[in-house]
Design a protein around this ligand. Structure first.
Ligand code: SF4
Length: 448
């Protein structure tokens, strides 16, 4: 390994990572970057500039898979120009044997393929390719955690921290439990230590990540973990995702209410407004239970924002079921929603269900749902006009280089005129305009 590290340093080799999918994947790409930098690789400005290109894939939706195949295929011309270029593909899609085999068969120029459980083995895989000139394919079914890898966190005041991996819920449409395995929680002490080290390095907000944080069990439960993070670290803001509605406890609601550091935002995927469809999805709650939960959260934590995920066109979804989803959206008035057309994933129970819904009906329904939610989101955003909100400034706005952007505790994106030196600071912003995706405002004062 030392010989390889020397070679990487001497040749100033560079890496480029292309990440698809969720925040969990983005955070794993930070770990991959950490491992590569520990080996001596530096970051490349683009894939054209790189000596090692890695695709971190997602398989939650079919179009993400198609996109991956298209983009990996386009790397061939770079490989023809530079025979020393290493190409690796990893992540959820590669944890599925069939997809990994198809990729290996289609693209003989891919050197390394690995799954979700063995990121820590990447240096050894690179060594094997360099020394034995062999392709490597490793996607073991592991359950133990290998979390002690270096991380190259993205620049800025936000940091992600995994608290658990995997999922036991087996929602009938979801591939995640098959590619991420069963739930494994990290030890609470390790998590607290990791978070305590963040603020001296300029991080102001931590996102606790897990497929279902409510079932965290690392010696203590999730409400206790949050309590300890609030009591024992000085990180000013804490977020978490994702919360499954079936086990969001009263204790968790009371802990969020007690600590102002915990952001006033819960992402609570409802998926459907029809209790019949929820049963088919194996979600383990009804429409009524979900509405009751939202009422309880709003009553106990005033001003909290609630966002959600909704799937339309699930097998067997009737017009009446879809009407139930629309009426639930009107009743709850989510702050925003991620909306998806159902995408069958091979190996899941829903993919085998009769009455798969045709594309025409699916697209008609998604258009109707998106239009409704957009209207509600904009109305909700307009309700902030005239209020002063504390914003954690994340950097220069991508829409307007003269503006800065940042988020409120309720996860609203705010754009306002201000100097780049504000990045990483909290600023009080008076909201002047509420649009569909963004609030606009003016700075009141800058916190030292
Ligand atoms: S809770 Fe359901 S949707 Fe979420 S990851 Fe687990 S199985 Fe998938």
């Amino acid at each position: 390994m030392n010989h390889l590290k020397r070679e990487i340093k001497e040749k100033s080799l560079k890496y480029h990572i292309i990440t698809y999918g969720c925040q969990m994947n983005s955070h794993e790409s930070e770990k991959i970057a950490g491992l590569l930098e520990e080996m001596g690789y530096g970051p490349a400005d683009s894939k054209e500039d790189a000596d090692f290109i890695l695709f971190n894939t997602c398989c939650v939706r079919e179009n993400a898979e198609q996109k991956t195949f298209g983009n990996v295929g386009r790397i061939k011309k770079l490989k023809l120009k530079n025979k020393d270029l290493l190409v690796a593909v990893c992540g959820c899609m590669m944890q599925q044997k069939q997809a990994a085999q198809k990729l290996l068969d289609t693209f003989p120029f891919v050197d390394i393929v690995f799954g979700t459980h063995n990121i820590h083995e990447l240096p050894n895989m690179i060594l094997a390719v360099k020394e034995k000139h062999e392709r490597v394919y490793q996607a073991p079914e592991l359950t133990e955690l290998h979390d002690d890898v270096p991380q190259k966190r993205a620049a800025g005041p936000l940091a992600s921290v995994n608290i658990m991996y995997g999922c036991n819920n087996f929602c009938s449409y979801c591939i995640v439990p098959y590619v991420r395995g069963r739930e494994r929680s990290r030890n609470a002490e390790e998590i607290i230590r990791e978070i305590a080290e963040l603020s001296p390095h300029g991080y102001r907000e931590v996102m606790l990540l897990g497929q279902n944080v409510n079932s965290y069990d690392g010696g203590i439960g999730f409400p206790q973990l949050l309590t300890r993070i609030c009591e024992e670290t000085d990180i000013p803001r804490i977020r978490f995702m994702t919360s499954h509605p079936k086990d969001l406890s009263d204790e968790l609601i009371s802990v969020i209410g007690r600590y102002p550091q915990i952001c006033r935002h819960i992402h609570l995927p409802v998926q459907s407004g029809s209790s019949r469809i929820l049963r088919e999805m194996n979600r383990n709650y009804t429409r009524e239970a979900y509405i009751g939960l939202v009422e309880k959260i709003r009553k106990n934590i005033p001003g909290i924002a609630i966002t959600t995920d909704i799937i339309v066109g699930f097998p067997g979804e009737t017009e009446a079921d879809f009407a139930d989803t629309l009426s639930l959206v009107r009743e709850i008035r989510f702050d925003s929603a991620f909306t998806f057309v159902y995408s069958p994933r091979s190996g899941t129970r829903a993919a085998e269900m009769p009455d798969q819904i045709g594309e025409e009906i699916q697209s008609k329904r998604i258009i109707e749902l998106v239009a409704l939610q957009n209207e509600i989101t904009e109305q909700r955003n307009r309700e902030y006009v005239g209020k002063t909100l504390e914003v954690l400034v994340e950097g220069i706005s991508t829409r307007d280089p003269g503006h800065m952007c940042g988020r409120t505790s309720t996860s609203k994106m705010v754009n306002f005129p201000g100097p780049p030196s504000l990045t990483g600071e909290f600023a009080d912003i008076k909201i002047t305009q509420g649009k569909k995706t963004t609030l606009f405002g003016e700075m009141i004062k800058e916190e030292p």
